[in-house]
Design a protein around this ligand. Structure first.
Ligand SMILES: [Zn+2]
Ligand SMILES: [Zn+2]
Length: 112
């Protein structure tokens, strides 16, 4: 929950299993999906088909690095810019995702 990264269920599982070796993958997957359903965390979709989870639930922008695949929160929260109706449609969420080469990759940092 405290992570500012946007882990997949698999990454969350790998983190949790370090702390609780007996936890099953299914339990973790079900739990994160349930939390996402309840709106406690947010499920975001990127170009890869994997679901990423976000502990920040207010609308905000993302930047996805095409090299390392890292997902960054960028810019300010756009909640105040949220228009609750646009052309007569009810807006409940905004999902904007930039993609490109992140600053870490740009500066030539080796992965790991
Ligand atoms: Zn990168
Ligand atoms: Zn985010």
């Amino acid at each position: 929950m405290n992570t500012s990264s946007h882990p997949t269920a698999d990454i969350i599982y790998k983190e949790i299993v370090k702390e609780i070796p007996t936890v099953s993958r299914t339990t973790v997957y079900n739990t994160v999906n349930k939390l996402a359903e309840e709106g406690v965390i947010k499920c975001i979709k990127t170009k890869d088909s994997e679901k990423h989870f976000d502990a920040r639930t207010e609308p905000h922008y993302h930047f996805v690095c095409t090299k390392c695949g890292r997902i960054y929160d960028v810019g300010i929260c756009c909640k105040n810019a949220l228009r609750y109706d646009i052309d007569g449609h009810n807006v409940e969420d905004i999902f904007i995702c930039y993609s490109g080469v992140c600053k870490a990759c740009k500066s030539g940092n080796k992965k790991g």
